[in-house]
Ligand binder design. Structure first.
Ligand SMILES: CCCCCCCCCC/C=C\C/C=C/C(=O)SCCNC(=O)CCNC(=O)[C@H](O)C(C)(C)COP(=O)(O)OP(=O)(O)OC[C@H]1O[C@@H](n2cnc3c(N)ncnc32)[C@H](O)[C@@H]1OP(=O)(O)O
Ligand SMILES: Cc1cc2nc3c(=O)[nH]c(=O)nc-3n(C[C@H](O)[C@H](O)[C@H](O)COP(=O)(O)OP(=O)(O)OC[C@H]3O[C@@H](n4cnc5c(N)ncnc54)[C@H](O)[C@@H]3O)c2cc1C
Length: 665
């Protein structure tokens, strides 16, 4: 804990129990305790130092990542950490690397798509790091369109093998994390061809590198695809390129849980939906939603603390300067992001519950909730990552000039985070998936089919298409029923409008194509409704701790009314509310900001982040920002010498030349 707490006065104004809010944020007392222990373990270990990361060359950074991953594994084994503890330890190490893909995609792909026998063979090797795996799906020519992948896996009945081949340049695998330099194995997605017939995309376990000397196996060409956006940042990851020249693998390395190829080469598809092939992506999308709240809360924590420390302009009578956090504009930009961090946290928890529930149903061969899982994971992944990426950049601006310094932590956070809008499904492509499901649901309403799950509100179509908001004062917007109804009516009316417009087109497909910009907005409205609903449900639960429920209630209202204000056009155009009701919502929002203000610093303290994890001189717990900024500047390699390298070559001759010219005048 800091010796001088420059934020003590801020902390003293909090009207709630911060320790209890930590529990509400983390999910349980146990979760707070474990996270705290793992965060401190990482922060106190010099190997996990990261303050010099943006100054390392790519090669140094990659080696540093290998070192940290190996050290993390050593600590996990030495301390016999549980899976939960190990996941948290890796999170706090906070450096993207091959292990993310090994644990996050390679292992889940084998678990989800491998038979019991295959799991028995491969998982123990992966669990002990005797092999390192990645997820090789995307190709140079195709990423979003998975059915368009070109790599082939042709069964050869003579040898009982598959022949994995990259027939074109565009079929080169391109992007898989961990592939470039670290992985020994990959789950490769390729078109299965047997008995002369193409059966589409399937997963195969393929060894890429020797387990003796790490050299590529015969027929395998692979490497790193090159530097990426931002210094440090995602450049710690070896995203790779991979080509196969007729590489042979045994038949039993096709992942055969969903479909099989027999010894004779017969293709057999189990009686399960084909989309289960996409199961690993669904799993990762739900974990990306949980990660969004982590990234967003880090940025918000930095911006809130710094805004409380930073002062600009005096009062009218020449008194002390004003904390920038007191400016209403700063509050109206920052507090919705604070509320969004909490909203994403709770919707992430709910999504994790949904995912677990769907997985259990799938085990019991009940596929009825597959569409719901797909729509929710795809849509929430898209909305939460887009908002978070924009919000990190907004937090940088909220920190003024100092936010642009690497030492603020924000440039690196942004550069690491922003590809989340693209990987695991481009956000637009994913929202169009949600829109397709919305259109299908609307079209089924006429036949009386009752929508279920997060689409259930559409069943109230008669009411929601004509209801009028009863709000007549700013306070009325504090009523969760008023918010819920307005959001439901907006989402449904936008979807129905789209469906009506599509029905006038020559074909459903053409209508969908023409109306896709509107469909995106309808999908966003539906997803925002889910986030608002889950926040309202959370606040309805019993929440212990002095003032905790009240603060969450205020944040829930901030989130909902901010979205309403931002998307006012939708609410007005669909006739869900009147312009006057829109103005009242904005009035209430201003009152809520004033309510949040004295609690703001404590609300970010509740995230319980160590200074190491935050990695920001601006976001320091003690608020002692200026000495830290000053000290940090001197650590830059440019300041290693007083006179810079290159002075004698380029600066001195220039200056001397000018002096000579002047002396001649
Ligand atoms: C502590 C552990 C933490 C773990 C976290 C680790 C995180 C590590 C993070 C590391 C960082 C980066 C890693 C990145 C990895 C990657 O990017 S991997 C590659 C990801 N690629 C994509 O996401 C591709 C996106 N494209 C697609 O998903 C599909 O191509 C698309 C859905 C767009 C279209 O597919 P089609 O087969 O053409 O299907 P379509 O005709 O549109 O639909 C047919 C039918 O199927 C339904 N559907 C589609 N997808 C799914 C699904 N996933 N699940 C269930 N159902 C699905 C769709 O709704 C249609 O249904 P209908 O009833 O027939 O209408
Ligand atoms: C950092 C990073 C890590 C990655 N890691 C992995 C990995 O480990 N394994 C792996 O297999 N892949 C990985 N990927 C690849 C990633 O999954 C793809 O890049 C992603 O799915 C997007 O596909 P794409 O690149 O083909 O984009 P494209 O589909 O080419 O997108 C280009 C543009 O076209 C638009 N677009 C595309 N289709 C449509 C449509 N139907 N309607 C409207 N607009 C459309 C998109 O919105 C986008 O604006 C990674 C990518 C990144 C950036």
């Amino acid at each position: 804990m800091a010796e001088v707490d420059h934020l003590a006065a801020e902390r003293a104004t909090a009207r709630f129990d911060v320790e209890e809010m930590k529990v509400a944020w983390a999910g349980s007392r146990h979760a707070v305790h474990v996270a705290d222990r793992m965060a401190r373990l990482v922060a106190s270990d010099p190997v996990f130092r990261k303050d010099n990361r943006t100054m390392l060359s790519r090669k140094e950074l990659f080696k540093d990542t290998l070192r940290k991953a190996a050290h993390a594994w050593k600590r996990i084994v030495e301390l016999r950490l549980t899976e939960e503890e190990a996941d948290l330890l890796r999170q706090y190490v906070d450096q993207p690397g091959y292990v993310d893909l090994h644990w996050g995609m390679f292992v889940p792909a084998i678990k989800g798509q491998g038979t019991e026998e295959q799991q028995h063979k491969w998982l123990p090797l992966a669990y002990k790091f005797q092999i390192i795996g990645c997820y090789a799906q995307t190709e140079l020519g195709h990423g979003s369109n998975v059915q368009g992948l070109e790599t082939t896996a042709t069964f050869d009945p003579k040898t009982d093998e598959f022949v994995i081949h990259s027939p074109t340049l565009t079929s080169s695998k391109w992007w898989p994390g961990g592939l470039g330099k670290a992985s020994t194995h990959a789950v490769v997605y390729a078109r299965l061809i047997t008995e002369g017939k193409d059966y589409g995309i399937h997963g195969f376990i393929v060894q890429l590198r020797s387990l003796e000397d790490h050299s590529p196996l015969p027929g395998v060409t692979l490497g790193d695809i090159g530097g990426k956006f931002g210094s440090g940042a995602y450049n710690s990851m070896d995203n790779g390129v991979l080509r196969f020249d007729h590489v042979r693998i045994p038949r039993d390395q096709m992942l055969m849980r969903l479909s099989q190829v027999t010894r004779e080469g017969k293709y057999v598809h189990s009686n399960v939906p084909k989309q289960l092939l996409y199961g690993t992506m669904v799993y990762v999308r739900q974990s990306i939603v949980a990660d969004a709240s982590k990234a967003l809360s880090r940025a918000v924590c930095i911006a809130v603390r710094y805004s409380a420390v930073r002062k600009q302009f005096g009062s009218q009578d020449g008194g002390p300067e004003t904390q920038v956090l007191n400016y209403k504009t700063q509050q109206s930009r920052l507090f919705p992001l604070l509320a969004s961090a909490y909203a994403f946290r709770f919707v992430g928890d709910w999504l994790n519950w949904l995912y677990t529930d769907v997985t259990q149903k799938l085990e019991a061969k009940d596929f009825s909730t597959l569409q719901e899982a797909h729509a929710c994971t795809a849509g929430l992944k898209a909305v939460t990552t887009s908002v978070t990426a924009d919000a990190i950049e907004e937090c940088r601006k909220l920190c003024g000039g100092h936010g642009y310094l690497n030492s603020s932590g924000l440039p690196e956070l942004f550069a690491v985070y922003v590809p989340a809008c693209t990987y695991e499904g481009d956000n637009v492509v994913l929202l169009l998936q949600v829109a397709r499901i919305l259109m299908k649901t609307v079209s089924q309403l006429a036949s009386g089919k009752q929508p279920v799950g997060t689409m259930a509100y559409m069943g109230k179509v008669q009411y929601l298409m004509q209801c009028k908001s009863a709000v007549s004062s700013a306070e009325d917007w504090l009523n969760p029923d008023a918010i819920q109804e307005a959001f439901e009516a907006r989402a449904l009316r936008m979807a129905v409008n789209c469906a009506q417009n599509i029905s006038q087109a020559a074909s459903q497909e053409e209508g969908f194509y023409e109306r896709s910009p509107d469909l995106l907005e309808a999908a966003v409205a539906h997803i925002q409704l889910i986030i608002v609903t889950k926040f309202i449900e959370k606040v309805h639960q019993e929440i212990p701790g002095h003032g905790v429920k009240e603060q969450l209630q205020a944040l829930c209202n901030v989130y909902a009314l901010y979205i309403l204000h931002k998307h006012l056009g939708d609410f007005l155009a669909t006739g869900c509310i009147t312009p006057r009701q829109g103005a009242l919502a904005n009035e209430q929002l201003g009152k809520l900001y004033a309510q949040v203000r004295p609690n703001a610093v404590a609300l970010v303290d509740a995230f319980n982040y160590t200074d190491h994890y935050l990695g920001s001189v601006l976001g320091r717990y003690d608020g002692d920002v200026y000495p830290a900024l000053y000290e940090e500047a001197w650590k830059d390699p440019l300041n290693e010498t007083v006179v810079p390298e290159g002075y004698h070559e380029y600066l001195r001759p220039l200056i001397k030349q000018q002096q000579l010219k002047l002396s001649r005048l």
